[in-house]
Design a protein around this ligand. Sequence first.
Ligand SMILES: Nc1ncnc2c1ncn2[C@@H]1O[C@H](COP(=O)(O)OP(=O)(O)O)[C@@H](O)[C@H]1O
Ligand SMILES: [Mg+2]
Length: 272
Amino acid sequence: MKPVIEVASLRKSFRDREGLSRAVLQDLDLTVDAGEFLCILGPSGCGKSTLLNVLAGLDSVYEGRASVNGGRVGYLFQEPRLLPWLTAEGNLDFALSSCRVPTARREELKSRYLAMTGLSDFRDYYPHQISGGMAQRLALVRALCVEPGVLLMDEPFSGLDEITARRIRSDLLSIWEETRKTIVFVTHNAYEACFLADRILVMSGGVFRHEMRVPVARPRSYEDPAIFQCSRDVIKAFGNEIDREPERTVLPAAASALVDDLDRHTVARMNN
Ligand SMILES: Nc1ncnc2c1ncn2[C@@H]1O[C@H](COP(=O)(O)OP(=O)(O)O)[C@@H](O)[C@H]1O
Ligand SMILES: [Mg+2]
């Protein structure tokens, strides 16, 4: 079966304040299969959100190829980004109508996902009347309601207290096990990645440095020692890779135009 996400030789640069072109993503290749739960784990600033923005179609200025074939893309951010002047249900209706989901399907979708996240009794509440955890749950409902084929999640639980985050992670796994959406979940939390993922890609300095399958059967329990062991392995691999991380490619603006014509080994030599 054709992969849902296909990324090949993806390169993305930003200009910094001095006008230098800074490579943030460097020749990334990635395929994600239908129904897979992939976690991308990496430190702050390594390019995780930049990658998700490309996959979501929010950023179209890049080199290489990035395609998402699984229909609509749902995107969940670190903060819920709800519209404060609308109720919980109003926020869902807004998303459903923006995505032109047929009116006849809307009630069924809202009821289904509100029930799955324990929010059925909160339809009339405004965002300021619910807790941070409930708001993030509602944002998850909003992302799921529009029936995405692919769900992109950018550190969605890192702003929550640990108890709340654990509950929502468990809810997310139940929802995923039932709906089998393809999920790309970005995090800097190794334990979270091992609890959730089928496969983990460790990223630093704009490249994937290590890949591992999570050898833990489902359904998973948060207290399973196998998850602890897995997170130790990931952190170890991560540490080794960070220790040998090369300097990120930085070129003056004028020179950066030439880079495309040079192969990346030449660029690496220029920086050494
Ligand atoms: N719009 C932008 N303009 C300039 N630099 C940016 C922009 N967006 C991100 N960056 C830089 O790209 C790098 C990667 O950012 P990001 O993808 O947000 O990292 P992460 O999500 O892994 O923390 C950072 O060094 C960041 O400062
Ligand atoms: Mg980020």
